[in-house]
Design a protein around this ligand. Structure first.
Ligand SMILES: Nc1nc2c(ncn2[C@@H]2O[C@H](COP(=O)(O)OP(=O)(O)OP(=O)(O)O)[C@@H](O)[C@H]2O)c(=O)[nH]1
Ligand SMILES: [Mg+2]
Length: 255
């Protein structure tokens, strides 16, 4: 995880006026060789960080359960199609139950603005040098956004196939989005993420005629890493099989 690089060594600054969170760091480091004692201390720092995160995640999860908020944590490489998927999901389901979105990106409020354009509530967290969202930030964001009881909350994590896998946010499920332009080998190369996810969505299947992407092998690789993973294949922009996703979502949400 990224604690080794010091990216977790940050403080969060929350700005209610801009409905935006900035995580700032003054921490600089070099990648010089560490002594065994320093390495042991770094490992301990990582463990402490994850334990602290897990405590906040447990608090979030019990809040979500108490208020019947169904929460998904969407993870992927940058550009796999998470925001596009959420925009179309909101358009399809917004009359059935309330939907809110927490967006995580290193910089900009672009994704939150795309979500707000649908009429849904969105809050942007800018993580700065941090490459994932954490449970403490999510707890704050949920309160600031005023996420309703009996609703669906989508968390779009920072585009990164490594670090978000280690950080529980209190979600019901991690959903890993993999687009067909990325190559079918990703489950084997980034196994932690595919192991942590309960659902894999293979997106942009409208592009299959133009790219060398072996869908069957991709499914085989994902199941090798995580035999229980559920897999959907769809195109958000062309609509192919999109209802498999909205049907799955509707089956999970009891408003
Ligand atoms: N052909 C095709 N393009 C898609 C599909 N879904 C998304 N895209 C395109 O992929 C690009 C990236 O989509 P985004 O939704 O911004 O991806 P993202 O995962 O949210 O990106 P980050 O937040 O930067 O990690 C955009 O140009 C989308 O129009 C799809 O199903 N088919
Ligand atoms: Mg996005």
């Amino acid at each position: 995880m990224c604690g080794i690089c010091g990216c977790s060594n940050l403080t969060g600054k929350f700005s209610p006026l801009s409905s935006k969170v900035d995580l700032l760091t003054s921490h600089h480091h070099s990648h010089e060789q560490h002594t065994p004692a320093e390495n042991a201390r770094l490992v301990q720092v990582e463990l402490d960080l994850l334990n602290k995160n897990n405590t906040y995640a447990t608090e979030n999860r019990s809040y979500f359960e108490k208020n019947n908020i169904f929460v998904l944590n969407l993870v992927s490489s940058p550009g796999a199609g998470k925001t596009t998927l959420l925009v179309e999901t909101i358009k399809a389901l917004k009359d059935k139950f309330p939907i809110a979105v927490i967006e995580g990106d290193q910089q900009t409020e672009n994704d939150a603005n795309r979500i707000r354009a649908t009429g849904a509530k969105a809050l942007q967290i800018n993580t700065g040098r941090m490459c994932h969202l954490d449970a403490h930030g999510i707890g704050q964001a949920v309160q600031n956004l005023g996420v309703q009881a009996n609703s669906f909350l989508a968390i779009e994590n920072v585009g990164n196939l490594v670090c978000p896998s280690s950080f529980d946010l209190g979600e019901a499920h991690k959903v890993v989005v993999l687009s067909v332009t990325e190559g079918e080998d990703k489950p084997l190369k980034y196994p932690d993420m595919f192991h942590a996810a309960d659902l894999m969505i293979i997106t942009k299947i409208d592009l299959l005629p133009y790219v060398d992407f072996d869908v069957e092998r991709c499914e085989e690789f994902a199941r090798k890493v995580n035999p229980k993973i559920k897999i959907l294949k769809l195109s958000t922009t062309k609509g192919n099989n999109f209802s498999s996703w909205t049907d799955w979502l509707e089956s999970k949400i009891k408003p």
